[in-house]
Design a protein around this ligand. Structure first.
Ligand SMILES: C[S@@+](CC[C@H](N)C(=O)[O-])C[C@H]1O[C@@H](n2cnc3c(N)ncnc32)[C@H](O)[C@@H]1O
Length: 252
């Protein structure tokens, strides 16, 4: 789920292709290093809410009914979202793409993993044709990339006109009555849980600082709109600390 390596890995803000590549290599290596524990960490850190969030993300991708819809799940990791797509749309052709091969190895071993086409790829430079996909999903991708506009531009390119993208992301805790509790959980409880469960807890510790630093849902919506998408919207979960975003590529 939820991490942005920016506290341990300075966010390059797309300084140059080589800086982006270095950032990407370190993110991929970090996820490969925690692949075996990732699913447990994810379940704990979302208080068991992950299945509901993933279900909602897939629903918001407006995957066409019937046989043969081609769907791309980016940052697929261990395949949570890709496998949920198959649960909701058993006839879909699902491509799961990620640049951390060890994460996908775990996914391949999960029930249904043999029905996903796993592709090692960088979300900022996709090896797919223009308009190839009917829908795109991603979970916790944007907070990890060096260049969000470049990432969204690639999604716009490989999506067919009229196709939808849906994304699950963390959100800075809103200023409301639950903020002290959510802040306490993020800053105090999560790093301790990480230390207990993960053998590389530093991979999760940056969550506490980065969650506050990541874009607000409104900023993410603006980024989708700037990339050319329309019908942009979002829905908040878990006291506003997680968001499902959606957007459509216009039919011109
Ligand atoms: C937090 S995991 C999310 C996995 C899965 N989507 C989920 O919801 O459980 C983030 C994933 O994004 C992948 N990732 C981050 N930046 C990426 C990029 N530029 N290209 C491809 N994958 C990327 C990481 O390798 C990691 O597997």
């Amino acid at each position: 789920m939820t991490e942005n390596p920016s506290s341990s890995l300075p966010r390059p803000a797309s300084a140059s292709p080589s800086v982006d590549a270095d950032h990407g290599a370190r993110v991929a290596s970090m996820f490969d290093g925690i692949a075996g524990r990732y699913d447990l960490m994810n379940a704990v850190m979302t208080w068991g809410q992950e299945p509901r969030l993933v279900r909602r993300t897939v629903e918001r991708a407006n995957i066409p009914a019937g046989a043969g819809a081609r769907v791309l799940d980016l940052a697929t990791g261990t395949g949570d979202v890709a496998l949920e797509i198959l649960r909701q749309h058993p006839d879909a052709q699902v491509v799961g793409a990620d640049f951390a091969p060890e994460m996908m190895e775990v996914g391949k071993g999960r029930e249904g993993g043999d029905r996903v086409e796993w592709v090692e790829a960088d979300a900022m430079d996709l090896p797919f044709a223009d308009g190839e996909f009917d829908s795109i999903t991603h979970g916790y991708l944007l907070r990890n990339v060096a260049d969000i506009p470049a990432t969204l531009a690639e999604q716009f390119r490989v999506l067919r006109p009229g196709g939808w993208v849906a994304a699950l992301e963390t959100s800075p805790a809103p200023e409301n009555i639950v903020k002290p509790f959510s802040s306490f959980y993020i800053h105090r409880v999560m790093p301790r849980l990480a230390r207990l469960i993960a053998d590389r807890p530093e991979a999760y510790e940056y969550l506490s600082s980065s969650t506050q630093a990541f874009r607000t849902p409104e900023e993410v919506a603006d980024l989708f709109a700037d990339a050319g998408f329309v019908n942009v919207g979002h829905e908040l979960f878990m006291f506003g600390t997680l968001a499902v975003h959606w957007a459509m590529k216009p039919v011109v």
